[in-house]
Design a protein. Structure first.
Length: 227
């Protein structure tokens, strides 16, 4: 999962990124409301952690703006405002949950898991299935019947994205932003290299999936309908 953290406190942001990455989440960070809104509206994020008190553009204004523009990713508000009226205001603006500072890392991670389960039936577990494969994101490992196939973290992220978007054509630009992040300096050609590695590890005859190249657009994962 790729998360967006919109938080202006550098020390808190660094601590949260460390916690989230230690738990196998990919995280991009924005330090003000205006940039946070721009990044949120890219549509590449599975979940957004949003501070309420932000420079340039206040958090609730950011939330209302990207909700108006069709961004429906779950939003967890992080704020020191803890009155009932503050919570109601945040939820009415479009937030899905509310976490008052200071909070424990355990509670943060539990809230993220709960919001992820609500978002999609496909994000209820760290294990995802397609064809005869089962992907375990925690281990960066694919199990194909009785065979275990070790993946690199980026290969696992790519396969996770393909499984979640099974049957859909995914552009190279979207893959780059989703897997490497909007601030990455990785070039589009690198995606082809990682797709090549992934295809070598996942034999379509035994795994019953195919990562198709859609010329001049991107890629699409197809599942063998006979499985």
């Amino acid at each position: 999962m790729r998360l967006l953290l919109i938080e202006d406190d550098q020390m808190l942001s660094d601590a949260l990124v460390s916690i989230l990455e230690d738990n196998n989440y990919s995280v991009d960070v924005a330090f003000d409301g205006e940039n946070g809104q721009y990044m949120a509206e890219s549509g590449i994020y599975d979940l957004i952690l949003l501070d309420r008190m932000l420079p340039i553009k206040e958090g609730l204004k950011v939330l209302k703006a990207f909700r108006k523009n069709g961004i429906m990713a779950p939003v967890l508000l992080l704020t020191a405002k803890d009155t009932v009226d503050d919570k109601v205001e945040g939820l009415d603006a479009g937030a899905d949950d509310y976490l008052v500072k200071p909070f424990s890392s355990k509670e943060l991670l539990a809230r993220i898991r709960a919001l992820s389960r609500r978002q999609s039936e496909h994000i209820q577990s760290d294990k995802l299935k397609v064809g005869t494969l089962e992907l375990d994101m925690n281990r960066c490992e694919v199990i194909n019947i009785n065979e275990k196939i070790k993946l690199t973290y980026k290969e696992a992220q790519l396969l996770e994205l393909f499984i979640r978007k099974k049957g859909q054509v995914i552009s190279k630009e979207y893959i780059l932003d989703k897997v490497w992040g909007m601030s990455s300096f990785v070039e589009l050609n690198n995606i082809e290299i990682y797709i090549h590695y992934l295809r070598k590890k996942l034999n379509p005859d035994s795994c019953h999936i195919q990562i198709e190249t859609i010329r001049n657009v991107g890629y699409c994962l197809r599942e063998d309908s006979n499985v």
